[in-house]
Design a protein around this ligand. Structure first.
Ligand SMILES: *Cc1c(COP(=O)(O)O)cnc(C)c1O
Length: 411
């Protein structure tokens, strides 16, 4: 028999969402008439914008003609899209990112999962706690950790607690590490970092020769005008940070699939002998070996997001979800819950009442209100005692969910 990668066996048993499904299925079985409202998994519900669909239709038709047919495209993405991104996401905010520093992909999950490959096996990593599980699990699979303890924390990973006390903004670690994953606006806590907080991270990374892996999948949801949208809005970040962006949550692309990574030319790591090596070249090499590019119609759809009509449509969808977030926040607040997030992010992070365990609260919410959320403990030990509700739902479903929570938990 072929020898397997034993690191996979270290992965803490149930991944969060399968366990949620298991409990929901069991509940459905015993309560076949319950109309369950899913506010657990972070998936969008509004249909794809018209301008995106029009661009994709045109692209498909083009591919059906002799003149317009295209086979393999550039593995790093078409220039028309990379230029639209450089202008629309960066130059328009006063940030200089060159189109050739942008690598278009089929989504941020893959990018944030794969980026660790260009770093040493011995690279040390730090992650916020709670955290998007992809960052941790991919490093476990790659063999950078020991086994998990009872709380699901792996030996060899530095966890950065995100708590009520620090406003869910982790501080840089006290000892140097090579890679730090950061995500703002944050999934799951809904926290967002201001300039001062990101400035501290950039200063620390430069002092310690660390690389920040900055996941900005929820950038569009930033509402407060003074907040930075990109890590590159911070002076010096080009020498210490990689940024991930996705069209999933901004333009409803969770099923269409498109995202991108920015790797500035200045960003360097070091080889075994201590010599500086550009990370841009390593990622380019990796991409052209392992990836053949996102599909042409999808990239045309993504480019349409940067047209005036496209921009208007995605902002309208964002406003729809953020109105939901406000409803959830307000409803829970009136019931006396302690709530965080939901202002610059489509997630509300609530404290479980009476110090209930987050899985117990999950069960109570399911049984008493027939509402599915996500237990905070599923995102890390520091998520215990918290619960995530997503604003990605239909307005009427959100209203109904809040009414039911009021009936179930109101005094
Ligand atoms: C949804 C999400 C993404 C986007 O993933 P895609 O693969 O682009 O759909 C990235 N990071 C976080 C933290 C997310 O929640």
């Amino acid at each position: 028999m072929a020898r397997i990668n034993d690191n996979y066996l270290k992965l803490a048993a149930g991944y969060l969402f399968p366990e949620i499904s298991r409990r929901v299925d069991a509940f459905r079985e015993s309560h076949p008439d319950a109309a369950i409202i899913p506010l657990g998994i972070g998936d969008v519900v509004l249909p794809l914008p018209q301008s995106v669909r029009d661009a994709m239709h045109r692209a498909v038709d083009e591919l059906g003609t002799d003149e317009g047919f295209r086979g393999y495209g550039p593995y790093e993405g078409y220039d028309f899209l990379r230029e639209a991104i450089a202008e629309g996401d960066f130059r328009s905010r006063g940030v200089e990112v060159s189109p050739d520093e942008i690598f278009v992909s089929d989504g941020s999950k893959c990018d944030s999962a794969n980026i660790q490959e260009i770093f040493a096996q011995s690279a040390t990593i730090a992650v916020p706690d709670p955290v998007y599980p992809v960052y941790v699990d991919t490093n476990v699979m790659a063999g950078r950790t020991g086994v998990a303890d009872a709380d699901g924390r792996y030996q060899g990973i530095e966890y950065l607690p995100c708590t009520e006390q620090n406003g869910f903004l982790p501080e840089p670690p006290s000892r140097p590490v090579d890679l730090v994953y950061l995500c703002f606006p944050n999934n799951p806590t809904g926290a967002v970092a201001d300039r001062a907080a990101l400035g501290r991270w950039v200063a620390w990374a430069r002092e310690n020769g660390a690389v920040l892996l900055f996941d900005a999948a929820y950038e569009l949801y930033i509402g407060e005008p003074e907040l930075p949208h990109s890590i590159y809005e911070i002076e010096g970040a080009r020498e210490c940070a990689i940024e991930f962006r996705s069209f999933s949550k901004s333009a409803g692309f969770t099923g269409v699939r498109c995202g991108y990574v920015v790797i500035p030319r200045e960003l360097e790591g070091r080889d075994e002998s201590g010599r500086a090596v550009g990370l841009h070249g390593l990622w380019a090499r990796r991409s052209n070996t392992k990836f053949n590019g996102a599909s042409y119609p999808v990239q045309c759809g993504a480019a349409a997001v940067y047209t005036d009509a496209g921009r208007r449509e995605i902002l309208a969808n964002r406003d729809y979800y953020m109105a939901n977030a406000r409803q959830i926040r307000q409803g829970l607040d009136e019931l006396g819950f302690t709530v965080y997030g939901g202002v610059n992010a489509p997630y509300v992070w609530l404290k479980t009442p009476g110090g209930a365990g987050s899985w117990d609260f999950f069960d109570a919410m399911l049984e008493r209100a027939n509402v599915v959320g996500t237990p905070g403990a599923g995102f890390g030990a520091c998520g215990e005692g918290f619960f995530r509700l997503s604003a990605f739902g239909r307005e009427d479903a959100i209203k109904e969910a809040i009414d039911r929570i009021r009936q179930a938990f109101g005094s």
